[in-house]
Design a protein around this ligand. Structure first.
Ligand code: NAD
Ligand code: UGA
Length: 468
């Protein structure tokens, strides 16, 4: 079949794979190729067991793979043969040298830009799909300038807003698609090419076109605002635990104000995922770079509250269980950073598990999708750690359960059966506020939610209320 257009994506990760699958599905007359340096990842994309668990993804892959969607290891050939190139490589925070722990590590991006330059004999549109700090496109253009022959490059910014676990829904029905381009004739032409791709399934009024720098900055700011909401509600959950307020009631009342809205107001053990922390660090780094330390401090406090929330959760387990965890069996229900994904990057579960093991607790980790990644994250811990997918087997004999991921599966567990199999007194720390606390208390658990009064069968001295 002769294809109308040929698209390449460099980087076959959580973004590159699903995004290109959606384009291939919606544009059957386009040929889409996805390449990666990680050959195991490409093998997995070509196998039955995809490297990314994402509801609905397998169906789209089945419909497109081998027809107009191809996963390949040959990056050079991919660059040479395609005219539209998405770059979706990882952009982690630097771990070394200047800006370590703050600045974005752009080595993968830069390497890709050089590779594009070296393997191009015709003009190309290069699209930043990765999340990049403001003005990265300018750096890319500098690298791409001395092109061989007549090849010219037009760089666009097209940040991705999908969330893991809902990627397919988000890609099919995005709130908006954002495209940044140069405000030149060739910039606008390249922008229109990309608009035409998305316009196959996204209403035109949801496709926003802007300048490159605004597009790059908007992506960082969107993530910073979302994370800020999570930290805001988590900060109030700490206050709720000291008073008789209930965080769910507060969230509901606050979120019903249409100016505020009800999303991202679920208190928990703090946000995880590969992007929120990294993107806020990058935003703060940019602010400092441009001489705005006050603004940098403001955004960094979102991360500090996130860390504080995790510490509070651990301290609560420790103090509720009589200040010693030595030899006690604790079951972690959920290791992924959120439900419906096997991704554990920056999952609060990593830090919480490490702290429990450091207290000599015996930890069993359960998760329906993330056990492989959990074992990699904790590969250096060889003692007092077990992995068990079945939640009933995982909780049997334990002194405590800590729910760390909001999997639907955990809402439907038979807690009566679980309670019977546990060592008494049995503790339940619900880090996601997803189970029926009253019911679990009545079954016999000592229940510790987030931002709500604890329900304990022990006699606790009540703190006197503040007299004003
Ligand atoms: P990822 O780590 O899952 O995938 C990146 C892939 O790029 C890896 O498979 C890696 O092997 C490959 N790669 C790195 N250098 C390469 C090179 N030179 N040539 C070919 N392949 C190379 O990362 P991800 O989660 O898909 O994120 C990618 C980008 O998208 C990041 O900038 C991230 O901030 C952004 N983003 C991520 C999400 C998300 O939900 N994960 C959502 C929106 C935006
Ligand atoms: C987030 C953004 O939602 C996406 O728009 C963005 O594209 C993506 O980051 C990115 O740039 O990588 P993601 O991290 O996949 O997506 O998942 P979210 O649903 O945003 O959840 C992030 C974390 O916040 C999770 O740990 C989740 O449990 C936590 N969270 C979220 C809460 O604790 N409370 C909430 O109310 C919402």
């Amino acid at each position: 079949m002769k294809f109308k257009k040929r698209i390449l994506c460099i980087g076959a990760g959580y973004v590159g794979g699903p995004t290109m699958a959606m384009i291939a599905w919606k544009c059957p007359d386009y040929r889409v190729t996805v390449v990666d340096v990680n050959s195991q990842r490409i093998d997995a994309w070509n196998s039955k067991e995809l490297p990314v668990f994402e509801p609905g993804l397998d169906k789209i892959i089945k419909k497109t793979r081998g027809k107009n969607l191809f996963f390949s290891k040959n990056i050079e050939k991919g660059i040479a043969e395609n005219d539209i190139i998405f770059v979706s490589v990882n952009t982690p925070t630097k771990t070394f040298g200047s800006g370590a722990g703050k600045a974005p590590d752009l080595q993968y991006w830069e390497k890709t830009a050089h590779q594009i330059l070296e393997n191009s004999t015709s003009s190309k549109i290069v699209i930043e799909k990765s999340t990049l700090p403001v003005k990265t496109a300018a750096a890319m253009e500098k690298i791409l300038t001395p092109a061989k022959g007549k090849a010219k490059f037009e760089v666009l910014s097209n940040p991705e807003f999908l969330a893991e676990g809902t990627a397919i829904k988000d890609l099919e029905n995005p709130d908006r698609v954002l495209i940044g381009s140069h405000e030149t004739k060739s910039g606008r032409k390249a922008c229109q090419e990309l608009v035409n791709i998305y316009a196959r399934w996204v209403p035109r009024n949801k496709i926003i076109t802007t300048n490159i720098w605004s597009a790059e900055l908007s992506k960082l700011v969107a993530n910073a605002f979302l994370a800020q909401r999570v930290s805001s509600i988590n900060s109030i959950s700490a206050l709720c635990e000291k008073t008789e307020a209930d965080i769910s009631e507060v969230s509901r009342a606050v979120g019903m104000d249409s100016r505020i809205g009800n999303k991202f107001l679920q208190a928990g053990i703090g946000f995880g995922g590969s992007c929120f922390k990294k993107d806020i660090l990058h935003l703060a780094y940019l602010c400092n770079y441009y001489g705005l330390p006050e603004i940098a401090n403001y955004w960094e406090s979102v991360i500090k509250i996130n860390e504080y929330q995790q510490e509070r959760f651990i301290t609560n387990i420790f103090s509720s269980m009589f200040n010693t965890l030595t030899g006690k069996k604790i079951c972690i229900l959920g290791f992924a950073f959120k439900s419906n994904t096997g991704d554990t990057r920056e999952s609060p579960a990593i830090h919480i598990t490490r702290k429990l093991v450091a207290e000599h607790a015996h930890v069993t980790i359960s998760d329906p999708q993330a056990l492989k990644n959990a074992a990699l994250d904790l590969a250096d811990i060889h003692e007092n750690i077990k992995y068990e997918e079945d939640p009933y087997r995982a909780t049997a004999g334990c002194h405590a359960i800590a729910i760390l991921t909001d999997w639907d599966l955990y809402k439907k567990l038979d807690f009566r059966k679980i309670y019977k199999s546990m060592t008494k007194p049995a503790f339940l720390f619900d880090g996601r506020n997803i189970v029926d606390h009253k019911k679990c208390f009545e079954i016999g658990f000592n229940v510790y939610p987030i931002g709500k009064p604890a329900m304990s069968h022990f006699k606790i001295k009540k703190k006197s209320t503040i007299s004003l």
